[in-house]
Design a protein around this ligand. Structure first.
Ligand SMILES: [Zn+2]
Length: 289
């Protein structure tokens, strides 16, 4: 289904909204320069993590070519995909994510979720969260919530301390978040470390940021060098998660390395992605061929 004119209008309106509506939102923390190698933008205005100068790591990245988005697409042409050699399935339709992919739903800087997309099975993940992770940020889709609970238990058994810092983010929340950064740093700079609404994996209810005391629960690239970060990289797939934005695949994902950002895709697929050492972007395109 194609409806470019409607999408263009919606995209334009949304872009205007993202750039203008800053009323009533929380103020993001001021940047700090306390760490040398950590290049971590804080993605939550209310969290304690800091956005550091010379940031090169972003949670939800820039989208300078933001497509017209935010119209719920129709998937009349979608097919069920049952095997790696099955019939082709679109991962996107006119720049909109194919929601029928369920836990394999794919969003990136070009492919967006509809403005009104909210998973119907969001539940609170029963894990430890940092204090600032309140409300909807403790939510995940049921399957992902159970998986992160299993991961946290497994981590604990191995003596690994981790907490969730942010899970689900609604479109509206991302609007406020993005606008807070625009307000603080200006749009050009904000676009380098924060995604416009609709392009965040957190809106899928399948992504969660985690961190550890060893890095003061910040979202920082140095997490990847800690025992906790290494444990995540080694074991996340056993619970159905992947480290979505890998250092080796920055060009393909379009995002800087984010050792804290876990994306749930199910154990079977996570294992394949892990063992084949490829980005989800490449895996999903091949898988859906
Ligand atoms: Zn994230």
């Amino acid at each position: 289904m194609r409806y470019p004119s409607v999408l263009m209008v919606c995209g334009a309106l949304t872009f205007m909204l993202a750039g203008c509506n800053t009323d009533g939102q929380a103020e993001p923390k001021e940047p700090t320069t306390q760490s040398s190698t950590v290049n971590q933008p804080q993605t939550e205005p209310n969290e304690s993590e800091s956005l550091q100068e010379n940031s090169s790591t972003v949670d939800e990245g820039i989208d300078e070519d933001m497509p017209p988005v935010h119209q719920r697409p129709q998937f009349a042409e979608s097919r069920n995909h049952t095997s790696t050699s099955g019939s082709a399935v679109d991962i996107e339709i006119d720049g909109m994510a194919n929601l029928e992919l369920d836990t394999l739903i794919f969003v990136n800087k070009e492919i967006a979720l509809p403005i009104d997309y909210e998973p119907s099975d969001l539940v609170r993940a029963n894990i430890d969260f940092v204090d600032s992770a309140t409300g909807e940020r403790q939510l995940l889709r049921g399957e992902a919530a159970r998986a992160i609970e299993g991961l946290m238990l497994g981590a604990k058994v191995d003596g690994i301390d981790l907490k969730g810092t942010s899970a689900y983010r609604s479109y509206a929340y991302q609007v406020n978040l993005f606008n807070a950064y625009v307000e603080r740093d200006g749009k050009e700079k904000a676009m380098k470390y924060s995604a416009p609404p609709g392009h965040s994996e957190h809106q899928t209810g399948l992504a969660i940021d985690v961190s550890s005391a060893s890095v003061n629960y910040q979202l920082t690239q140095s997490l990847g060098e800690t025992v906790e970060g290494k444990w995540l990289a080694e074991h996340a797939h056993e619970y159905g998660f992947i480290i979505r934005y890998q250092k080796a695949f920055e060009d393909e994902t379009g995002y800087m390395y984010e050792p804290w950002h876990l994306r749930y895709i199910g154990v079977q697929h996570a294992k394949r992605v892990f063992e084949s050492n490829q980005p989800f972007d490449r895996y999903i395109k091949e898988y859906m061929k």
